[in-house]
Design a protein around this ligand. Structure first.
Ligand code: GLU
Length: 330
C-alpha cells in the first residue's frame, strides 16, 4: 500500500504520537491493545511518545484514575517521553480556541435538550446519536459570541463528505453534518467537549501520528473539520486499529470488569502474559506465550500491521474464555 499523506501535510516535523487514555475506570484489554500497538509502532520508528490524560469528563473520571493508568502502563512496560499532560489542569488553551472559533462565527450557544432537538427534527422517539440540524441554529447574532463559559456551544458543520486517509485502512469518507450535525464543542459544565480538546491538544503537543481504536474513525473526519476551522494546517496521520470483542461478540468495554488490567494484575496475572496474548491476537507471534513489551516494537513493521487489519476485517479479534484461562494460568 502506498503511504497516504494528506495534502499540505507538514511532513518534515519530527514524528510524535500520543497515548490518550481516559481515566474512567480500569483499562481493559481492548484499550491496552491499542495503547501497546501505538506505543510499539512509535518505538520501532523512533517517534516521540507523549502521554495525555483525557480527564475532562468530571462525572465519569475516577479519583486517582490518572495515577492508576500510569501505574498500569508502567507495569506493562509501556513508556512515554516527558511529563504527562492532564487536560483538566489548564482550560485556557481550549478557551482560546473557542474565542478563535467565535471570531470566525463558527460556534453558537444552544441549550436545546436532546429531546427538543429530536422533536424539532420530527423524530422524537428515534434512538442513536442526536443530529443537530442547521435549521435549529439561532437567528440572533449574539448567540454566535463566546460570552458564557457555562453554556453549551455547537460548531457550525457544513454538509459534505470529509475524506480520512488512514495508514492502515485506506481512505474513508464521512459526512459529519449527516452523522452529528452541528456538534458540541463546549459544555455547560464550563469545559470543552472531547472533539475540541483533542484537536487543540494534538496541535499543541505537535502530534503527527494518531494511533487509536477504529471506534473513533468517524471522529477523525470531525477533527479534520475542526482543525480547518481553527486555521490549523494539514492533519495528523491516522492509524485506526480494529477493536476487540468479547466471547458474545460485544465490543470489550469497562463493564467487563474481569478484562480490566488492574483486576488481572491483582489476580496474579503477569504483564508478560497480557502482552503475549495481545501480540498473538495481533498475529505478531504464532501463538500465545509470555513476552515482554520491549519485544513488540520489532514485530510491528508495516506489513504485519496491514495483515492484522486485513485479517480482522474478516474475523474480528475476540477475548475468549479460553484466553482468560490461559492468562490466569488455569
Ligand atoms: N481518550 C479516548 C479513549 O480513551 C481516546 C481519544 C483519542 O485517541 O482520540 O477512548
Amino acid at each position: 500500500m502506498t503511504p497516504l499523506l494528506p495534502e499540505n501535510h507538514p511532513d518534515d516535523r519530527p514524528r510524535t504520537t500520543r497515548l490518550a487514555p481516559s481515566p474512567t475506570g480500569d483499562l481493559h484489554l481492548g484499550n491496552v491493545r491499542s495503547l501497546l500497538l501505538g506505543w510499539a509502532i512509535a518505538r520501532a520508528r523512533d517517534w516521540r511518545i507523549v502521554l495525555r490524560h483525557e480527564d475532562l469528563d468530571q462525572e465519569r473520571s475516577d479519583e486517582g484514575g490518572c495515577e492508576a493508568i500510569e501505574s498500569s502502563l508502567s507495569w506493562l512496560g509501556i513508556t512515554w517521553d516527558g511529563p504527562a499532560l492532564r487536560q483538566s489542569d489548564d482550560l485556557e488553551p481550549y478557551r482560546t480556541a473557542m474565542i478563535r472559533l467565535a471570531e470566525q462565527r463558527r460556534i453558537f450557544a444552544s441549550d436545546l435538550s436532546r429531546r427538543e432537538i429530536r422533536e424539532a427534527a420530527g423524530a422524537p422517539h428515534e434512538k442513536g446519536p442526536v443530529v443537530f440540524p442547521a435549521s435549529l441554529r439561532p437567528k440572533d447574532p449574539s448567540a454566535f459570541l463566546f460570552n458564557d463559559q457555562e453554556g453549551n456551544y455547537r460548531l457550525v458543520v457544513e454538509p459534505g463528505a470529509e475524506r480520512v486517509r488512514d495508514e492502515l485502512q485506506g481512505d474513508r469518507e464521512f459526512d459529519p453534518s449527516a452523522e452529528v450535525g452541528d456538534m458540541i464543542v463546549w459544555t455547560r459544565n464550563g469545559r470543552p467537549s472531547y472533539q475540541l480538546a483533542v484537536v487543540v491538544d494534538d496541535d499543541r503537543q505537535d502530534v503527527t501520528d494518531v494511533v487509536r481504536g477504529d471506534d473513533l474513525f468517524s471522529s477523525a473526519a470531525r477533527q479534520q473539520r475542526l482543525r480547518r476551522d481553527l486555521g490549523m494546517k494539514g492533519s495528523p496521520r491516522w492509524w485506526h486499529l480494529p477493536m476487540v470483542y468479547d466471547q458474545e461478540g460485544r465490543r470489550l468495554s469497562k463493564r467487563d470488569g474481569d478484562a480490566g488490567i488492574l483486576a488481572l494484575r491483582d489476580a496474579g496475572v503477569s504483564a508478560e502474559r497480557v502482552i503475549g496474548l495481545i501480540a498473538a491476537w495481533a498475529g505478531l507471534i504464532p501463538e500465545r506465550c509470555e513476552l515482554p513489551a520491549s519485544a513488540v516494537p520489532g514485530l510491528t513493521d508495516g506489513s504485519a500491521m496491514r495483515r492484522l487489519v486485513d485479517r480482522e476485517s474478516l474475523t474480528p479479534c475476540r477475548f475468549t474464555k479460553e484466553d482468560d484461562r490461559w492468562l490466569r494460568n488455569m
